[in-house]
Ligand binder design. Structure first.
Ligand code: NI
Length: 136
C-alpha cells in the first residue's frame, strides 16, 4: 500500500533567460521579455509529493516535519530572494527556466529521501505556467 504525502512551499526569485553564446537578437527571439538584461522576478509555488509505504510503527510515509525542514533547507534557504543566475551555483552554467529549476529542486530533495520513496515535484512559475518532474 503506497500513499502520497504532499507539501506546498513558496519562494521568490529573480532570473534571466539568456545564452551568452547567442547574440541579443537570437536571445530576444527565443526568450522574449525573459531575456531582459536587468532580470525579473517570479513568485514560485512548489508542490512536493513523496510516495511510499506507511511505516507500521509511526503510521507515516514521511514525517511532515522532516519534509517541511528538508524543503526549507534545500529549496527555500537556497533559492528564496535570490538571483538564480548569479547567486545559485547550479545555474552558473544552466539556464534557470522552470524546467531546469524543477530538476534542480528534485535532485536536491531526492538525495535526502529513502530509496523506496518516490518523489514528484511541481513548480508553478505563474498561476498558469507550471512544470512537473518525476525523475529520469
Ligand atoms: Ni521569467
Amino acid at each position: 500500500m503506497r500513499v502520497t504525502v504532499s507539501r506546498k512551499a513558496h519562494f521568490n526569485a529573480a532570473h534571466r533567460l539568456h545564452r551568452a553564446d547567442w547574440d541579443e537578437a537570437q536571445n530576444a527571439a527565443i526568450f522574449g521579455k525573459c531575456a531582459n538584461e536587468h532580470y525579473h522576478g517570479h513568485n514560485y509555488e512548489l508542490i512536493v509529493h513523496v510516495t511510499g509505504t506507511i511505516d507500521p510503527e509511526t503510521g507515516y510515509v514521511i514525517d511532515m516535519k522532516v519534509l517541511r525542514d528538508l524543503i526549507k533547507s534545500e529549496v527555500e534557504d537556497a533559492l528564496d530572494h535570490k538571483n538564480l543566475n548569479i547567486q545559485v551555483p547550479e545555474f552558473k552554467s544552466l539556464i534557470p527556466t522552470a524546467e531546469n529549476i524543477v530538476v534542480v529542486i528534485y535532485n536536491k530533495l531526492k538525495s535526502h529521501l529513502n530509496t523506496d520513496q518516490d518523489l514528484e515535484v511541481e513548480l508553478y512559475e505563474t498561476p498558469r505556467n507550471f512544470v512537473k518532474y518525476t525523475g529520469p
